[in-house]
Design a protein around this ligand. Structure first.
Ligand SMILES: *[C@@H]1O[C@H](CO)[C@@H](O)[C@H](O)[C@H]1NC(C)=O
Ligand SMILES: *[C@@H]1O[C@H](CO)[C@@H](O)[C@H](O)[C@H]1NC(C)=O
Ligand SMILES: CC(=O)N[C@H]1CO[C@H](CO)[C@@H](O)[C@@H]1O
Length: 180
């Protein structure tokens, strides 16, 4: 056998790369779909709020792998179908962020939850998001602001006004536009 015949055909290499790539993005999307639905289930307001659009697509076999969250209310995605923005401002939400699986969203940079009735603490796990923008103002959050918020090195804007947080903004936070 000549050397040329032993080399893998470039086309099959390309196909292989495409398959690997789409398996990867499909997986990311399934995890994000499941994490959003799990959080929704824990919200007392889920059935009477904007989140009624957060459902698996029944026409596609009702399976998370056939569903994308990218057309759900308040959800925006990048070209790969991974969630980058969550804007649920003034959406009638009650419940907490303690049941939100922050580690499931590797690209979620922009979170706007202002003007709802969300309560409970701000979980330290929020620092696993690559956040640039976080608006939790005008809710019922309470407790201390976790020092882990200082791990959000890309953060540019943080709005926390009109909540029941006690204690200061941790010193760990860098040069960020803060309203508190
Ligand atoms: C919302 O509706 C679903 C489906 O009808 C039901 O299973 C669930 O218990 C409801 N959740 C709440 C919090 O009422
Ligand atoms: C979030 O959505 C609301 C309502 O559409 C809009 O007014 C607001 O500007 C959005 N937030 C950001 C930070 O884009
Ligand atoms: C992948 C797939 O079959 N998507 C379909 C899911 O259902 C919607 C709504 O019926 C169709 O528009 C999609 O093409």
């Amino acid at each position: 056998m000549g050397l040329l015949q032993q080399l893998p055909c470039p086309i099959s290499l390309v196909l292989f790369a495409v398959l690997l790539y789409s398996a990867d993005t499909a997986f990311a999307s399934v995890e994000e779909v499941n994490a959003l639905l799990k959080w929704k289930e824990t919200l007392p307001s889920a059935n009477s709020s904007a989140l009624t659009t957060w459902i698996l697509n029944q026409n596609n076999g009702s399976s998370p792998s056939a569903s994308t969250p990218c057309n759900w209310f308040g959800v925006s995605c990048n070209a790969e179908g991974s969630v980058t923005q969550l804007n649920l401002s003034n959406s009638g939400l009650s419940g907490t962020l303690e049941t939100f699986s922050f580690s499931s969203f590797p690209n979620l940079a922009f979170v706007d939850l202002n003007t709802n009735k969300l309560s409970g603490p701000l979980p330290p796990q929020i620092s696993s998001l690559p956040l640039v923008f976080l608006d939790l103002s005008t809710n019922e959050f309470s407790g201390n602001i976790p020092p882990e918020i200082g791990h959000l090195t890309n953060l540019e804007t943080l709005h926390l006004v009109e909540n029941q947080f006690n204690g200061p903004i941790p010193q760990e936070i860098g040069p960020v536009e803060v309203s508190f």
